[in-house]
Every structure is written in structure tokens, then in C-alpha cells.
Design a protein around this ligand. Structure first.
Ligand code: ASC
Length: 150
């Protein structure tokens, strides 16, 4: 029974990229989608960052809210990097499509870091949140350095 559920989950997960690409009528829609998702994530990550660096006063509940939003949206953008969406109003480096293994690794680094940030958020521990914020920011920067054009 458990095995059957696992199989269904695996098939569903494998189908996600196909569905994603079918869900965009044109490449520009995929570009807009991923940029929107990254804008929302960046907005809330930056608000958290302002508190981490002391630009705005620390407030644990606000930090937790921002982390919850980051956690909720952090994987959305990746459905938007569909084949053929490397041209247009985008800074996406063509390496995303020629080096898919590397891009997937960069994505998984973000996923792992946000997982830890989310755990820290749930704990409400200020020091843990600050550490996890720094580690997550490194994964943002790593991907931008390697896969976002200037
Ligand atoms: C942010 C934001 C990013 C990351 C990145 C971290 O607040 O919008 O893209 O942090 O600058 O290096």
C-alpha cells in the first residue's frame, strides 16, 4: 500500500515539469511567471534581511511571516524555466538549459536552505533565523552569479 502511494507520488512529481510547460501559452508567459514568483520571494526575503541587518527593528512574528511567505513561494519560479523561454525580457542565462544538472543542483541548494530557514522560523529563535537567512542568501547569490546574466 505504502509502495503504491510512493509510486503514485513519484509519477506525479515526474509529471510536474511537463504540466508546467503545457501550462504556459507562450514563452513570455513563463518568463513573467518566474519573474513574478522571484519578485514575491525577493520582497519578503529582503524584508527579513532588513531586520537581520538591523535596518528595521527585529520582530519575531514579522520575521516568521516573511519566512512563511518565502517558504510558500520558493519553488514556484522553477516551473517557469521551460525550454524556449531563454529569449525575451529575461536575464536568464542560456546555461540554465545547457547545464541542467548544475541548475538543478543550484535549485536544490535553495530548497535545502529554505527548508532550514523555515525550521528556524517555526522555532522563533532569532539567532537561528539569522544564521539560516545568511545561508539562504548565499544560495540566492550562487544561482545569480552562475545563471543570471548582468
Ligand atoms: C535578496 C534578494 C536577493 C537575494 C540576494 C542574496 O534580498 O532579493 O536576490 O537577497 O541578493 O545575495
Amino acid at each position: 500500500m505504502k509502495r503504491k502511494l510512493l509510486l503514485i507520488a513519484a509519477v506525479a512529481a515526474a509529471a510536474v515539469p511537463m504540466l508546467a510547460s503545457a501550462q504556459f501559452a507562450k514563452p513570455e508567459d513563463a518568463i513573467k511567471y518566474r519573474q513574478s514568483a522571484l519578485t514575491v520571494m525577493g520582497t519578503h526575503f529582503s524584508r527579513l534581511g532588513a531586520m537581520v541587518t538591523g535596518k528595521t527593528p527585529w520582530d519575531t512574528a514579522t520575521a516568521q511571516y516573511n519566512i512563511a511567505v518565502v517558504n510558500a513561494v520558493h519553488n514556484l519560479a522553477f516551473a517557469g524555466f521551460v525550454p524556449g523561454s531563454d529569449k525575451g525580457t529575461t536575464k536568464a542565462d542560456p546555461k540554465i538549459w545547457s547545464d541542467q544538472a548544475g541548475f538543478t543542483k543550484a535549485r536544490d541548494n535553495l530548497y535545502a536552505a529554505v527548508g532550514k530557514l523555515n525550521d528556524a522560523g517555526k522555532s522563533g529563535n532569532e539567532a537561528a533565523i539569522k544564521t539560516a537567512f545568511g545561508d539562504t542568501g548565499k544560495t540566492c547569490k550562487g544561482c545569480h552569479d552562475d545563471y543570471r546574466m548582468k
